[in-house]
Design a protein around this ligand. Structure first.
Ligand code: ATP
Length: 241
């Protein structure tokens, strides 16, 4: 059974059809990428998957159970409790809170104090830059550091499924590489399933085992990432020839 699946999902904002008949399968323990241009529907796919927006048709299945369908929508916090964490586009780091408190916000649904402390230590080991700036305010961080906080905060929820919306956006190439490496480690060492939404198609295809290409709210193409990397359509439109 897939960890997450969208079955023929459509999603509308009023008259705007953001998703039309989108089917996506995310096997447990894999990294699956969603690529596509601005407005193709990548963020809407994540909103459907995390129940932030009710789908207008089709269904979202989490571990086989329908969690978002026209007649039934589980609240997002319930999905968090079931091990789903999202790193939103734009990072949304709390500017007037310290890095430490920003990270701890990710654990607000948890009561296991000892494990929370151990996870905080693990996040600091993964991103030593955050440890160095532990008591500094979120507003004092660079874009790359804020992205590390956003990922660290999601990890503090002890997720089994991590969804990331454009983690490389507006970040220096060096830090993009560091974040890419971290995502691979999180996946391989901790067994966390990852859905990676990216406009940086090269990074997304390099990290993922399977990828979907969204164009105007539909799945235009899908396949093993290693194959898509050599697809002429993908090369021309998404990898710069
Ligand atoms: P981006 O990278 O720019 O976020 P995207 O691939 O994530 O693009 P979506 O944000 O999912 O695309 O948007 C899909 C479509 O839905 C677009 O046409 C967009 O304008 C529209 N849309 C998104 N959010 C809303 C909203 N809150 N109200 C109305 N239309 C919306």
């Amino acid at each position: 059974m897939p960890h997450l699946a969208l079955r023929q999902v459509s999603l509308r904002y009023g008259e705007v059809h953001a998703l039309d008949d989108v089917s996506i399968t995310v096997p447990r323990g894999q990294i699956v990428a969603l690529i596509g241009a601005n407005g193709a529907g990548k963020s809407s796919t994540l909103r459907a998957a995390t129940s932030l927006k009710r789908v207008t048709a089709g269904e979202v299945l989490l571990e086989g159970e329908a969690v978002n369908a026209p007649a039934r929508q589980q609240p997002t916090h319930e999905l968090v409790r079931r091990g789903v964490a999202m790193v939103p586009e734009g990072r949304h780091v709390f500017p007037y809170m310290s890095i430490k408190d920003n990270l701890l916000m990710g654990a607000y649904t948890r009561r296991d104090k000892g494990a929370i402390a151990a996870d905080l230590e693990r996040v600091c080991q993964r991103f030593p830059r955050l440890k160095e700036r532990f008591m500094q305010q979120g507003s004092s961080l660079s874009g790359g550091e804020q992205q590390m906080v956003a990922i660290g905060r999601a990890l503090m929820a002890a997720p089994k499924l991590l969804l990331l919306d454009e983690p490389s956006l507006g970040i220096a190439p060096q830090v993009v590489r560091l974040i890419a490496r971290s995502l691979l480690e999180i996946n391989r060492n901790e067994g966390i399933t990852i859905v990676l939404v990216e406009q940086n198609s090269r990074m997304a295809l390099a990290l993922s085992s399977y990828a979907y290409v969204l164009e105007t709210g539909r799945v235009a193409l899908e396949g093993p990432s290693a194959e898509l990397m050599h697809d002429p359509h993908i090369r021309r439109l998404y990898l710069g020839g």
